[in-house]
Design a protein around this ligand. Structure first.
Ligand code: AVI
Length: 325
């Protein structure tokens, strides 16, 4: 779905496929009317949602960010040796670009290409980073890479290293994850690779706390999705009618986030309405957790091989480099 491409005057920020309001409306309408109501987690990330996610990453309960950073820091030299220097570093879901920036001294990328759906947030992050690191060529790309990974010619083809940290791959069901990994493999070119962070299966208590923190930041992040829907489709969700639920579903090997009606709630939006009964839920996110073996199998099925992995002492998180097979 490449609707249009616009390039900033300075040619350093390219937006691909401006989101089609009709498609967004159809997707949200279908999800809200489904027997089990569902909204894609990508709608968690408007400007405020992106800031709330940054705050989540600071929480004591939310171990993934900290654990991944510690693995990267500890093994940076080895990771850089494995991934190679002077690469074209393509940062998927770059957010504030902080994770990739920490790799710069070791990787010395020839070009840095942050990609994110949250365009305004990314634009600000890139312009700040460009001032701090003027010697690295950067081109920011605003796009929904879960739909397509058709990168513009401004992105170098040589030695592409896709960087997909934070276990964002976990927000896709395994079949969708395989589709995305295959798409990344195809965009890599024969000399390309992938550096990816993956959250590993662990005890329920740790997982439950990470997705339902004492301060209520994850609750605010989840509830903000309703505010975003109010803007996107003119809905009239009253946030006070809803509560956050976040817990580990062991049978499915994933953490789930839901918004649960506290009381009967009548909600209207452009072209639709629904009565939610007390306790009825909208499924807003799944976060799959893997075993090392399970994830390496997924990579292999997606056309990647020659993998190398690094983990923390508790075996909670894994950083993995894989090459195109
Ligand atoms: C972005 N993603 C990997 C986060 C996760 O852990 O699944 C999103 C998140 N949801 C609640 N807390 C964090």
């Amino acid at each position: 779905m490449l609707l249009s491409t616009t390039t900033d005057a300075a040619r350093d920020f390219i937006q691909i496929g401006h989101s089609d309001p009709h498609a967004v409306h159809a997707e949200l309408n279908d999800g809200l009317l489904a027997a089990q109501a569902v909204v894609s987690p990508k709608y968690l990330y408007d400007a405020l949602g992106s800031k709330l996610f940054e705050a989540i990453c600071e929480l004591p309960e939310y171990y993934p960010t900290r654990t991944e950073a510690a693995i990267m820091e500890r093994h940076l030299a080895d990771i850089a040796r494995t991934a190679g220097h002077g690469v074209t570093l393509i940062d998927l879901g770059a957010g504030n670009c902080a994770k990739a920036a920490r790799l710069f001294p070791a990787l010395q990328p020839l070009q840095y290409v942050p990609v994110d759906i949250s365009v305004d947030f990314l634009r600000d992050a890139v312009s700040r980073l460009r001032q701090q690191v003027p010697h690295i060529k950067m081109v920011g790309i605003g796009m929904d890479f879960s739909a397509s990974l058709d990168l513009p010619d401004a992105v170098k083809h040589e030695r592409r290293l896709f960087f997909y940290p934070g276990s964002s791959i976990g927000n896709f069901a395994p079949e969708q994850a395989a589709t995305l990994l295959r798409r990344i493999r195809d965009a890599c070119g024969p000399d390309g690779g992938l550096l990816i962070g993956v959250d590993l299966l662990k005890d329920r208590q740790t997982l439950d706390a990470a997705y339902d923190d004492a301060l209520g930041v994850t609750a605010a992040f989840n509830l903000n999705l309703l505010r975003h829907l109010n803007c996107l489709v003119g809905a009239d969700f009253d946030l006070r009618d809803w509560r956050h639920r976040g817990y580990f579903n062991e049978a499915c090997g994933r953490v789930e986030m839901h918004l649960e009606a506290r009381r009967e709630a009548h909600v209207s939006w452009r072209g639709g309405r629904r009565r939610f009964l007390p306790g009825e839920r909208i499924h807003t996110e799944s976060s799959y957790k893997y075993t090392r073996h399970g994830f390496l199998q997924l990579l292999e099925r997606s056309g990647f091989g020659r993998t190398q992995t690094w983990t923390d002492e508790r075996g909670w998180f894994m950083v993995c480099h894989a090459r195109v097979q």
